[in-house]
Ligand binder design. Sequence first.
Ligand SMILES: Cc1cc2nc3c(=O)[nH]c(=O)nc-3n(C[C@H](O)[C@H](O)[C@H](O)COP(=O)(O)O)c2cc1C
Length: 347
Amino acid sequence: MSLLEKFGIKHPIFLAPMAGVSTPQLAAEVSNQGGLGSLGLGASAVEAARTEILNTQQLTDHPFQVNFFCHETDTLDDTIAQAWIAQFKDKFAEFGVAAPQSLTKIYPSFKDNDDFLNLVLETRPKAVSFHFGIPHPHQIQALKDAGIITMISATNLAEAKAIEAAGIDVVIAQGIEAGGHRGIFNTQFDAAVKTSNLVKLLKQHVQLPIVAAGGIMDGQQARRMLNFGAEAVQLGTAFVQCKTSNANPAYRKALLSKPLTQVTASISGRPARGIINHWHTNIDTPDRLQVPAYPYTYDLAKQLNAAALKHGDEGYGAFWAGSNVAKIRELEAPDLINQLVLEMMPR
Ligand SMILES: Cc1cc2nc3c(=O)[nH]c(=O)nc-3n(C[C@H](O)[C@H](O)[C@H](O)COP(=O)(O)O)c2cc1C
């Protein structure tokens, strides 16, 4: 069965799940246009995630995927956390607020308990994808028994092999060009493989269908990935500018400024690619302190950004974007899908 038949979609174009940016409207627009819409639910509490899924189901009868974070829950090293906080005390003071006394684990992992699993089993989206790791075997089995397609991001061959061995249905080949968080399982190690090379590598060594993600902004680039052996492409950055995304005005303005991007772990505690701002230039210096565990670090970044914004400083935002962001187009999601389909036609 082809990937399109498996998912019941017309075009091999997936909207990347984007926590904080995805909306039911954007997901439904992509699905209604024949792609696979998605909801990034990794940063949502269970009831908020339920509302998003139900709202999307109101807006489309077509298939869509939901996405969760699957990180190991690290305990916070208090010495590292206190040193990290201390270096921002003056900055917080400049913005007229006190620095936090401690850092909170702001996001759960799908693996922490079965609350998100039960939500998926109740609401039955077509597919569920994971970032940062592999769910527990009983969770994978329950999703399989329910007939829900499972997908996980891999950034290197070893991760893809582990995904295959765990019985997952589809592997997402996330190259180093990708916007947002690297899907790496081990935060100490990133092979930083280019998307095209990763697709070729996985094609040679893994039997699973491959979805290519990272730096794909137009149909020609998408066609190249299909020619290398991917069965679909997943685009994130290309959709952030759409009216129905949740991106704020500062983020939208930055996306249109022909920006450059760089990977940093200083915002959240895990490496992620975004538009270069204070985090990359002032914090990621050669003598940078050790970053506290994910997602504790993100707690501080969000508080600092909120304080900075009140003072008109937009340079502490998490403006996730892929390395080809300069090619972004101001199109609404249905028009972007149509355009991609036209450009993808074999010539
Ligand atoms: C704003 C933004 C948020 C993202 N959030 C998530 C997420 O919640 N879960 C996930 O699996 N991937 C997330 N990603 C990564 C995407 O799944 C995908 O790998 C990436 O967008 C592909 O690269 P591109 O942005 O160059 O298209 C995010 C990407 C962006 C740009």
